[in-house]
Design a protein around this ligand. Structure first.
Ligand SMILES: Cc1cc2nc3c(=O)[nH]c(=O)nc-3n(C[C@H](O)[C@H](O)[C@H](O)COP(=O)(O)OP(=O)(O)OC[C@H]3O[C@@H](n4cnc5c(N)ncnc54)[C@H](O)[C@@H]3O)c2cc1C
Length: 468
């Protein structure tokens, strides 16, 4: 589907006061444009692609929790209904080691869908809104904060400069945000931290109606040994995400692009080894199609600032990309969209600074949590691996005894999930981790020194995680 706006001028006229320029037509950019159009503002959305990726085939599974749902509801309750109609309510998560169930996390509030389905809902709504204009094929290259100018390259390789001096700019240009990179070069003291995930995700899809003994479609299943995740879509389609870990022996296979008989057999064997309940869901052609799909990488992004001169604000992944296991990427971005819209609806002379002041503590907590999950996924240090497992067990025990510091996941997408701020949801977990990790490390080091048997257990944990 092409959404190029052929009426877009090659050298656009300067934006008018009250105008909003949005860079990036991802879920966060589109939701922000829709919320600000409701306030009577006109929004021009510049998108680098000629066509948005709106089919499952080139997308991946996501869970929209109460934060994301709230953004859709505020735009129009019909969008929330559309999300429910095109997605599946997730009853919970089953964490497995091979065929064995290790833990269960109830949900009942999360809606499983794909990024493509969510984006389509927002894109269709933006298409119906006369105050929103979408200009495709315009890639932001740099911005000039002093001159308040945005420089784009079009897909025809032309340079286009947009005078944004009278507009508010919402930079929603994703994890590798050129807006953020330009600001980092020009703003003293603004030094965003960008930590590559060190893993890539790639998906397989089953045929409609596929079933497998032991796999309940109402649950999402997480196979811990090599990061394999199953989600369900309507019509009984299963989406299976695999993780290619940098440096892991399976990395080459999982990122291969040739659907040779050898690769197909090796992929089948990989799933049989690490997610033994999954193979009955998949047919030969499902494995073959995998090799034509794009892998998705990313980074955890942490910014000390997100608002600049009441002119520009970074939102979504551009400001605070996380890692998929947090489950908060799109949700925190959609929450940005309605919080920044709330700030812009006030009479304050400094709405963007107000938004930044209010939001930064939450983003710091979210960034800390995401960073830890990223490190847990990549670490090959046996002491860290074992102490992380110990702290994780301690925190689940704390949660079972009703302590708030142990229950991050429940508070984000459990049955009672709500819009409580991240600082409050994740903050107690950070304090718990900081208190108990040094204790666990000292204990593990001590045990490692005297008990070779423990070494063998740790080696086994690492092998199960697929680490050398
Ligand atoms: C495998 C995987 C699983 C995930 N699972 C979940 C999950 O379960 N729950 C969850 O909440 N999140 C999940 N996420 C994260 C979620 O997809 C992102 O957080 C979300 O898409 C961010 O939205 P965004 O609009 O900020 O950025 P994006 O979705 O990246 O959109 C950015 C848009 O900007 C455009 N763009 C980029 N550069 C430019 C430029 N220079 N000029 C103009 N336009 C530009 C892009 O083409 C794109 O359209 C997952 C991510 C991955 C990869």
């Amino acid at each position: 589907m092409t959404m190029r706006d052929d009426t877009a001028p090659t050298h656009p006229s300067p934006a008018e006061p009250n105008d909003v320029i949005v860079v990036g037509a991802g879920p966060v950019g589109l939701a922000s444009a829709l919320l600000l159009a409701q306030q009577g503002r006109t929004a021009t959305v510049y998108e680098s692609r000629d066509e948005l990726l709106l089919t499952d085939e080139n997308s991946y599974p996501i869970g929209v929790n109460v934060r994301g749902q709230e953004a859709l509801r505020r735009i129009d309750p019909a969008l929330l209904h559309a999300l429910r109609d095109t997605g599946e309510l997730v009853e919970g998560f089953v964490i497995r080691n091979g065929t064995r169930t290790v833990a269960k996390l109830p949900s009942g509030t999360l809606i499983g869908t794909t990024r493509a389905r969510l984006t389509r809902i927002l894109f269709d709504a933006a298409g119906r809104e006369p105050r929103i204009r979408i200009v495709t094929g315009h890639r932001l290259r740099t911005l000039d904060r002093d001159a308040r100018r945005l420089d784009f390259t079009t897909s025809a390789d032309e340079s286009v400069t947009v005078d944004a001096s009278r507009a508010i700019v919402l930079a929603c240009d994703g994890v590798w945000s050129p807006a953020r990179a330009s600001l980092a070069k020009s703003v003293t003291g603004f030094d965003p931290v960008v930590g590559d995930w060190g893993v890539q995700f790639r998906v397989l899809f089953s045929q409609a109606g596929a079933t497998a003994p032991g796999l309940d479609p109402a649950q999402h299943h997480i196979f811990t040994s090599n990061g394999i995740y199953t989600a369900t879509l309507p019509n009984g389609i299963w989406c299976i995400a695999v993780t290619a870990i940098k440096g892991d022996p399976a990395e080459g296979l999982l990122l291969a692009t040739d659907a040779t008989d050898e690769n197909v057999a090796a992929l089948r064997a990989h799933l049989a080894e690490h997610a033994p309940l999954v193979p009955p869901l998949l047919r030969e052609q499902d494995y073959r199609a995998y090799f034509s799909r794009k892998p998705f990488g990313g980074a955890v992004v942490r910014c000390s600032r997100i608002a600049f001169d009441e002119w520009l604000v970074l939102l979504g992944d551009a400001a605070h990309s996380v890692i998929p296991p947090t489950g908060e990427g799109v949700n925190s971005g959609l929450e940005d969209a309605f919080l920044v819209a709330d700030a812009l609806a006030t009479d304050s002379p400094t709405p963007l600074a107000d938004f930044e002041r209010d939001r930064l503590p939450d983003l710091e907590a979210l960034g800390e949590y995401a960073w830890q999950l990223k490190e847990n996924l990549r670490t090959t240090d046996p002491v860290e691996t074992a102490s992380n497992v110990i702290v994780r067990i301690l925190s689940s025990v704390a949660a079972r005894f009703g302590r708030r510091d142990g229950e991050v996941e429940q508070r984000l997408f459990g049955p009672d999930a709500d819009l409580t701020r991240y600082a409050e949801t994740i903050g107690p977990w950070i304090a718990f981790r900081d208190r108990w990790t040094p204790v666990a490390r000292t204990a593990v080091r001590g045990v490692l020194g005297v008990r070779p048997a423990v070494r063998r257990v740790i080696t086994r944990i690492r092998q199960q995680k697929g680490q050398p």
